[in-house]
Design a protein around this ligand. Sequence first.
Ligand SMILES: [Zn+2]
Length: 134
Amino acid sequence: MGTLRELLDLIKNGPERDVAESGDERIASLKKTLGAICPFGRRIVDAAEAKGAVFCTDGDLGKRSGVYHPATGYVVLNAKMSDDVLLSSIVHEARHALQPKGYTHEDTVKSAIMLNRAMEGDALAFHSVAVGDT
Ligand SMILES: [Zn+2]
């Protein structure tokens, strides 16, 4: 299933999708490994899920290892990447899911860029501390 279809499915069916029923064994495996090597990183992912984030994989992300889509709460990880890369990405994107809402229409271009840098720096710090920067 492609990313667009995943997003459309969420928009159509709402955010009540149960991750355990999604059949994404790769996500379950990553979470298990993360819990074994870095409980702190696992807690970040668990907190994002508790806030409503839905984790899944997809093969249509190009060179991106992961993305968080705030409007739907989806964290999509690139299925073509190695577990080492995705262990970092899952923490990074989970951190984005926990960040307060970003831009508003009151932002200027400059303030939006500054906010984006702050949000990326925050997520980078969390995934670097949790599992290292791959
Ligand atoms: Zn980021």
